[in-house]
Design a binder for this molecule. Sequence first.
Ligand SMILES: CC(C)(COP(=O)(O)OP(=O)(O)OC[C@H]1O[C@@H](n2cnc3c(N)ncnc32)[C@H](O)[C@@H]1OP(=O)(O)O)[C@@H](O)C(=O)NCCC(=O)NCCS
Length: 169
Amino acid sequence: MSALGVEAAQASASVLRPMRDADLDAVLAIEQRAYPFPWTRGIFRDCLKAGYPSWVLTEHGLVIGYGLLSIAADEAHVLNICVAPERQGRGLGRFLLRALVKIARGQAVQRVFLEVRPSNPGAIALYHSEGFNEIGRRPRYYPARDGREDALVMAIELVPDDITTMPRL
Ligand SMILES: CC(C)(COP(=O)(O)OP(=O)(O)OC[C@H]1O[C@@H](n2cnc3c(N)ncnc32)[C@H](O)[C@@H]1OP(=O)(O)O)[C@@H](O)C(=O)NCCC(=O)NCCS
């Protein structure tokens, strides 16, 4: 996989490239600031070992966000998508999500799933605005300060790129 130049608004100096082991210190530093219940290094390492598509967004060589997917048959799952807190709200999360969906589409995926906390309205708004719909709930899926929190399950159906016009009758 090669690095991709980014033309996102506010991100002209940003580059998306595959995550590697050497990125994990920087990734964990963001993870621990961005989430109340962060992933451990072991989870990221397992994703890399499993060969899941794992990408970092960098600016001037520094990691400022990342996104990970798993793909099995024609279904993909967004496992993690995160932008460093001080860089949020500038279009980078949308850019990362679109990049993950594009990667999935490139592997003939038909449906992309993700889970999100109901207490994360910013992420939910992003997913809705990119065409994801709520398709269910996983009860008590996440750890939470006062016990457990449900997950909303969201999904998007991908229409093949070549079906852009209706066939002639
Ligand atoms: C969720 C996250 C990835 C979004 O990234 P971001 O760079 O902040 O988002 P963007 O600037 O691309 O915003 C895209 C859209 O998301 C929504 N959004 C983002 N932050 C929001 C907020 N605080 N409140 C309401 N909507 C918000 C808006 O719809 C926004 O579109 P708009 O700017 O046209 O209104 C980022 O906030 C993040 O890393 N959060 C911590 C980790 C996390 O919760 N990940 C998701 C786990 S399911």
